[in-house]
Design a protein around this ligand. Structure first.
Ligand SMILES: [Zn+2]
Length: 85
């Protein structure tokens, strides 16, 4: 399977997954630290296996990003900065 990563001018979310294995990333994410970008990509990759944000999903993601909670918080605190700069 080929996975394509595309930056787009999307609203209301940092990343999304298309059925054709394209990961769409919000263009503003490019200004975030690279470990946060990695988190968003890995988050979307995990959705190939588990849909939705259940306890099982976060547990699965934790295997790849043990400190995902920090990245999530970083994004929450910096959303308006990223979107307005
Ligand atoms: Zn998600």
């Amino acid at each position: 399977m080929n996975i394509v990563i595309v930056y787009k001018n999307i609203k209301n979310r940092w990343g999304s997954l298309s059925k054709d294995a394209t990961i769409n990333l919000n263009i503003h994410l490019i200004k975030a630290p690279v470990d946060v970008i990695d988190y968003v990509i890995l988050h979307e990759l995990c959705h190939f296996k588990i849909k939705g944000h259940s306890f099982r999903f976060w547990n699965y993601l934790k295997q790849f990003v043990p400190d995902y909670e920090q990245k999530k918080k970083w994004l929450e605190y910096n959303t308006s900065n990223l979107l307005s700069s």
